[in-house]
Design a protein around this ligand. Structure first.
Ligand code: UD1
Length: 420
């Protein structure tokens, strides 16, 4: 198994090009199940989760190529509607096949994703919304067995809670449904917005894109003529590199980004004292004299993203003062606390709040990656820790960061991928 070895204490410098967003690429890839013709998608990050999803589509009978961050996916030959446990257990986002398969074929069997390191993560809201559209859903032997004997029908759906993949699943289901759906309390994450824009440009009239209420006119079962897609930049990868600049108090520029997707992060970095300069497709972070503590509450977009909570916690260990980090979305998303503590961080946990006492001297240690974003927090901590840090189980990082060690090396970090 691979691990990362990082020698801390080096200043970073230079530019890093941000990849396409994993969380936008995944729903866009499953949306190809709604297309009549092959779909061309560029700026796809070359990460393990994308490959897992491409494998799943292939298992269903799709044909595809994936080279140089471009995929061509042809789902015209799909002849299976079963997303099996072996793939779904590797990646929860496989649940994004549920809406498209059901709306296209009128039946499907998708393995239940189960719990994961950051909490229970139920999918009850996906299922309830599909039932409102006329689906009959049964749970059998760990599988969601869904049928829509008379096809899915447009419906008025109010999500009890804001859910990103739940919104995406139902948007895709509504795209081929019979009649108009009105979805309320929809997630407004940029990844959801891009999915809507692509479906809208591919022949599904959608009103209210970018707001929390969508009106979607279904195609009555007709497959769509998809436009070419270029995946939006990854705002979480972008934020992680900005934190790398911040924690090492260096000047770095991230390129190929949309700064309007980064507002919540940039305002926190500015509040901590860092300089921020923006152009139309780049952001530069510059050092500050004293890193100030900051309070953070994770919340749905456009609020502060839960996917950046762990990285900011690593950064707060270097602030001159005490920061409060409140995790509002996932009940168990503090797995990185014990690993950061092994590196010398001083963090106290009470319920969903972490109190981070700053100005700690971190030291290198052997640490274990526990989930995708928790792992990147360990990388950030290692960049300033004294001595060598070895981060094990980095398959978590490979799920979502393209060429992490290559990009950090280019910025001047001392980082190597080695085998146990
Ligand atoms: C997506 C992102 C993930 C991010 C999360 C929150 C993808 C592939 N993953 O995950 O990186 O951390 O959004 O921004 O895009 N909930 C329910 N019932 C449901 C669905 C969700 O109670 O049916 C709850 C969850 O437990 C959680 C909250 O709603 O507390 C938000 O979860 P959700 O937005 O669904 O997260 P994901 O879509 O799984």
């Amino acid at each position: 198994m691979d691990y990362l070895e990082i020698k801390g204490g080096k200043k970073l410098k230079g530019e890093v090009v941000i990849s396409g967003a994993k969380n936008a690429a995944l729903p866009l890839l499953t949306s190809t199940l709604l297309s009549k013709t092959p779909v061309h998608i560029s700026n796809i990050p070359d990460v393990a989760d994308v490959k897992t999803l491409l494998q799943l589509l292939q298992n269903l009978g799709a044909k595809q190529t994936f080279e140089n961050n471009k995929a061509i996916v042809d789902t015209s030959g799909v002849n299976s509607t079963c997303a099996n446990y072996d793939i779904v257990r590797k990646m929860r986002a496989s649940i994004l096949t549920l809406g498209p398969l059901l709306t296209r074929f009128g039946h499907c069997e998708v393995s239940l994703p189960g719990g994961c390191a950051i909490g229970q993560r139920p999918i009850d809201l996906h299922l309830k919304a599909l039932e409102q559209m006329g689906a009959v859903i049964d749970i059998r032997q760990g599988y969601i067995v869904a049928t829509a004997p008379k096809a899915l029908k447009g419906a008025n759906i109010l999500f009890d809670k804001i859910t990103v993949t739940g919104s995406e699943n139902i948007i895709m289901a509504a795209a081929l449904a019979h009649g108009t759906s009105v979805l309320s309390n929809v997630a407004k994450e940029p990844e959801v917005v891009q999915l809507c824009e692509i479906l809208n440009a591919s022949g599904v009239p959608i009103k209210g894109i970018g707001t929390d209420e969508l009106e979607i006119e279904g195609s009555c079962g007709k497959l769509l003529n998809f436009v070419d897609i270029s995946v939006i930049p990854d705002r979480i990868e972008a934020g992680t590199y900005l934190c790398a600049g911040a924690i090492t108090n260096s000047t770095i520029t991230i390129k190929n980004v949309l700064s309007e997707h980064l507002k919540a992060l940039l305002s926190k970095l500015a509040a901590m004292g860092f300089g921020i300069e923006k152009t139309s497709d780049s952001v530069t972070i510059t050092p500050c004299g004293t890193i100030l503590p900051v309070d953070i509450e994770t919340i749905e977009y456009p609020g502060f993203p839960t996917d950046m909570q762990a990285q900011f916690m690593a950064l707060c260990t270097q602030a001159e003062g005490t920061s409060l980090i409140d995790e509002r979305l996932f009940e168990n998303r503090f797995m990185h606390v014990s690993e950061l503590s092994r590196m010398g961080a001083d963090i106290k946990l009470t319920s969903h709040t972490a109190t981070v006492y700053g100005a700690t001297k971190l030291t290198g240690a052997d640490v274990m990656a526990t989930d995708l974003r928790a792992s990147s927090a360990l990388v950030l901590a290692a960049l300033v820790a004294q001595g060598k840090t070895r981060i094990h189980r980095i398959y978590h990082l490979d799920r979502g960061y393209e060429n992490l060690e290559g990009k950090l090396s280019l910025l001047g970090a001392d980082i190597k991928r080695l085998s146990e």
